[in-house]
Design a protein around this ligand. Structure first.
Ligand code: MN
Length: 231
């Protein structure tokens, strides 16, 4: 049996929107992606979690800073209340049941906020940094990250330093209780977080779905996630 992976999407006026690359990467790693619609209540989300083997939180706009106790700064981007509500419920439910979570870009930020962490609303407003909103194509690996000794990301990558693409203007500030920082870029921006208890709960600030076809580390991240969902 292939594991079923609940996948979140963007909330747009006319409907939900999702790049094919997310579901393609799950399929190629051996899982069946199932996109979660909007408008579910808490009981619905609990049933979705019961039916799925893992959760993929995808990229997208900014999380409402109210969820981490801040007022909106001028640099805050678009916020999608419907999506925040759904994803925060999903993280709560999957975390409660100990099911694997893989969180990409906005997903990593949602994961952190859902579990009690905070974000930088805008990296450049915080301090001058590397170019994290790359102008190169999505498939281009633009900056290095260094993975922490003993981390899952380090083990999956098979190396402590590797290159990633970068399309974010926010980043994790304080990791949530129970999560640890497992990769940073050279300017000190947090690029990956994961569960400290050994469960597969991994968030990455980059977009491995855009490079899974050409980059080993990206492909191995999806394979490790789907493997964890099989157990
Ligand atoms: Mn980056």
């Amino acid at each position: 049996m292939k594991p079923i992976i609940a996948v979140t999407a963007n909330y747009e006026e006319e409907g939900l929107q999702l790049k094919h690359a997310y579901c393609d990467s799950i399929r190629k790693a051996g899982g069946i992606p199932l996109v979660v619609p909007f408008g579910l209540d808490e009981a619905d989300v609990a049933e979705v979690c019961g039916a799925a083997d893992g959760l993929l939180l995808t990229g997208g706009p900014d999380v409402d800073p109210a969820y981490y106790g801040e007022e909106p700064q001028p640099e805050l981007g678009k916020v999608t209340p419907e999506r925040d509500r759904l994803e925060l419920m999903l993280v709560g439910e999957f975390a409660k049941r100990g099911k694997p979570i893989f969180a990409i870009c906005r997903g990593e930020q949602v994961l952190n906020v859902a579990l009690g962490g905070t974000l930088h609303q805008d990296i450049q407003a915080w301090r001058r940094s590397l170019q994290h909103s790359q102008k190169a194509p999505r498939s281009h690996l633009s900056h290095r990250v260094r993975a922490a000794e003993g981390s899952r990301v380090r083990a999956i990558a098979g190396t402590d330093t590797f290159k990633v693409n970068s399309f974010h203007h926010q980043a994790v500030k304080d990791p949530a209780p129970g999560l640890r920082v497992t990769a940073v870029s050279e300017d000190g921006v947090i690029e990956a977080i994961e569960s400290a208890d050994g469960r597969f709960v991994v968030g990455v600030q980059w977009h491995p779905e855009d490079t899974a076809a050409t980059d080993d580390v990206s492909r191995k991240l999806f394979e490790a996630f789907v493997d964890a969902c099989r157990r």
